[in-house]
Structures are given as C-alpha cells and as structure tokens.
Design a protein around this ligand. Sequence first.
Ligand code: KIV
Length: 275
Amino acid sequence: MKITTDYFRKAKEKGEKITMLTAYDYTTASLIDEAGIESILVGDSLGNTILGYDSTIPVTMEDMIHHTKAVTRGAKNALVIADMPFMSYHVSVEQSCINAGRLIKEGGAAAVKLEGGKEFAETIKAIVRCQIPVCGHIGLTPQSINAFGGFKVQGKTAEAVKKLLEDAKALEEAGVFAAVVEGVPAKVGKMISESVSYPVIGIGAGKDCDGQVLVYQDMLGMYPDFKPKFVKHFALVGDVMKKAFKDYSDEVKNGTFPAEEHTYKIKDEEIEKLY
Ligand code: KIV
C-alpha cells in the first residue's frame, strides 16, 4: 500500500506508531521499503554518512536531488521525504518554494522536511500553498550546530521547553503534516507529541513520540565507535561487511576465489582451433 501524508494523520488518530528510516540510495531504499517501513527520509545527514563531511552544512540542492532520485526509484510504498539543505530555504520565501518544488519535481519525493520553528512559519505556509507537504524539524537541528555550539541536547530548561512548545504550535498553524523532534528529554518529546494534532517523529526524544526515525547506518552498527545514547544497534552490519571484505581479499590473494563455480567456460575444441 502506498503510504500518504493522510496515512500519517490517521496513524496518530489511531495511536499507531509510525516507522521512518533514512536512506540515500536505491538498494537501501528497496530493502527498507520491502521491510514495510512506512517512510524514508532522504536526510541531509547524507553529508556525514555518504559524503564524509563533518556536518550537514556543505550539502547542496544538487546532492539532495541526486540521492532523492535514487531513493524514490527503490521506494515502492514508503512515503519519501527529502530534506531541504542548509541555505536552500533561508534567503527568501520564493527561493524556498522553488527549491522545495525541485525536490518534488526532479527528485520525485512526496514531501520535504526543513529545520526550524516559528521563524520559518511563513516559509512553510508558502510551500504548503504550493501543494507540497512539509515535515517540520525542531529540537537539536543539525544545520544549527554553529549557532548551538555543537551537538547538544535541547529543551533542558523550562524556558527552552516553552520555546519548543511554541515552535511545535507554530508548525501546526503553518500546516505541517508531521515534524521530527530531535535530541530532547523524553518528557519533552511526550509533551510536544501531546500538544499538537500532527504526528511527531522522534529521534532521541523518547518512546512517547508518535513515531521514530533513525539514520540507517547508525541502527545497523556501521560505525561501531559511534553510538549516541539514543541509537540502538539492531545488527552489527559494519563487522559483517569488514569480515566479508577481508575474506574476499584473502581468497583473491591465495587463489581460492574465483572458484570453478564462478567461472565461464569455453569448449576445448574452440581453443584448439586457435592453434
Ligand atoms: O538528516 C537526517 O537524517 C535527519 C534525521 C536525523 C532526522 O534530519
């Protein structure tokens, strides 16, 4: 069944949790989709996970479109949400609409996500007016690391929680169909989820959000030395991959790969004709 933004709304009404994972390529998107995950986020986290930057700041619209295209080819049912990269929605409302439109028209995404609270309400309203569903993102918003002074849990004081609740409300009024809430205490994740009608998708925001999202490389244990508190390794795929790469190397070096069964054949008489 093709998942729509309406499905998100109904899931919250029914109290059913929503599942979301990131993906940045066709193969991973196909596997996630076949596993029945309801939504795939083409996160600008691809700056870290795919492109090797130390933040999401350098990610461009072209990067996002390129990877969104690959993911939408693999996602048959999951709702594909594409991230708007840093500075693609900060300069003007007009430019924000054009860039959101590119992720839909060129990338094939069904919705876009952008970071920020009430200061982006007008921008979100304008994108929604273009018939483009918008997912908000508040709390620890990675594009703001320079402003935050690093990756720090947000919403730890009464004042900060009040601001988050105001931001969540402003997103509702602006017309988001969902919002990611990242890096806040579990009690704050619960308060935000209960204060708005749209589904809140948590990452490091506790179990009481309406759904959860994780970066797929994190949950697959592909960076064994990097495990923030909110990440669970559902498998240690990094170890499996490294062992396979090492076994391949050993077998090529010692001549056991390729074996007979991996080898194409030609009749001896054809070879004899050459002499
Ligand atoms: O870019 C991303 O992957 C995200 C998730 C961490 C929510 O925004």
